[in-house]
Design a protein around this ligand. Structure first.
Ligand code: SF4
Ligand code: MG
Length: 318
């Protein structure tokens, strides 16, 4: 079976009291294939991080299913769950906040392995940490230093080494390069690609814009206000975006794309991102959509396969 992760109609609501509910993730579905990099893109507040955390099991889902290797993660026994969490690791946006400042790099990278009772022999553990440091482009001399002694890019490498320590199959990278300088971003992306090849990793790569995601993702899903609005291969998304929100995101990429002959006309979205507590009726994007029609306020657009492998939810195509 080629599918590693299968997400079906996943919902994650937060009860805010006084009968108000924040629908952070409101029914998203996708499969991720083994060895694939799947990009999940949308503005901050669209629910992409919540989706990642719900898939990780850090949040209980409100509805829907997450299957990993054919097993529903919310129906797992404690033991299955332990193994699941070993196979699945997360890399975070802010490597500094996610690394304990009082721990040495050695302690940071060794900790997950110690929790899981691996490499009980001290020499073996040390060799393993040194190997992981080399895998991410650092060296063994870094092991006894503290996070504050490193640059942002190096700290992200430490975070990646820690995530790799349990030899996972699947990594959720939640905006792993957003906090880094552009030049460093490319280096970290290259490192992630190299590690993917070497270790056969599958990635869910979460980002707030489309600029770097194109180069790393095989397929991309675009989210808006808790909903998925478009999903297709990364090439196709760039060449032929169908959803007006995707077009707006693409037009916001500042660096001209050499693969595209004419510069895209910048589409400025009017208005603010609506509150997910009180989302617009019909299409959630309609309050900012340049193509909104009467039907868009009345009916929720159906998620449909417009062309093979290219899904969109928009009344322009219905
Ligand atoms: Fe715009 Fe209507 Fe399509 Fe929503 S359904 S994206 S409002 S055209
Ligand atoms: Mg986020």
């Amino acid at each position: 079976n080629n599918t590693l992760l299968s997400v079906k109609d996943l919902k994650r609501y937060f009860d805010l009291g006084k009968e108000s509910t924040l629908k952070a993730v409101d029914g998203i579905s996708f499969d991720i294939k083994r060895g694939e990099t799947f990009g999940l893109v949308g503005e901050s507040g669209c629910g992409k991080s919540t989706a990642g955390r719900t898939i990780m099991g850090l949040y209980q889902s409100t509805d829907g299913t997450v299957e990993y290797d054919g097993v529903d993660i919310h129906k797992m026994s404690e033991k299955e769950r332990f193994g699941y969490l070993r196979n699945m690791q997360m890399i975070f946006q802010d490597p500094y906040a996610s690394l304990n400042p009082r721990s040495t790099v050695f302690e940071i990278i060794a900790e997950p392995m110690q929790v899981h009772g691996l490499y009980k022999d001290k020499k073996e553990l040390q060799a393993r940490v040194h190997q992981l440091l080399e895998d991410v482009g650092l060296n063994r001399d870094h092991a006894n230093r503290y996070p504050h002694e490193f640059s942002g890019g190096q700290r992200q490498r430490i975070g990646i080494a820690r995530a790799l320590s349990l030899d996972p199959d699947f990594i959720i990278a939640d905006e792993p390069i957003s906090a880094l300088d552009v030049s460093v971003q490319a280096q970290v992306v290259k490192l992630l690609q190299k590690l993917q090849k070497e270790k056969g990793l599958t990635y869910l790569f979460i980002a707030h814009d489309l600029s770097m995601v194109k180069y790393i993702s095989d397929r991309i899903a675009v989210m808006y206000l808790g909903h998925m609005v478009e999903l297709t291969t990364s090439d196709r998304l760039y060449e032929n975006p169908l959803h007006p929100y995707t077009s707006a995101l693409l037009s916001a990429i500042p660096i001209p794309d050499p693969d595209i002959e004419e510069a895209r006309e910048r589409i400025i979205l009017e208005g603010e991102l609506p509150s997910p507590i009180n989302p617009p009726s019909g299409c959630v994007f309609r309050t900012r959509c340049p193509h909104a029609m009467a039907v868009c306020a009345e009916q929720v657009p159906v998620w449909q396969e417009q062309e093979p492998g290219h899904f969109v939810a928009c009344h322009l195509y219905q």
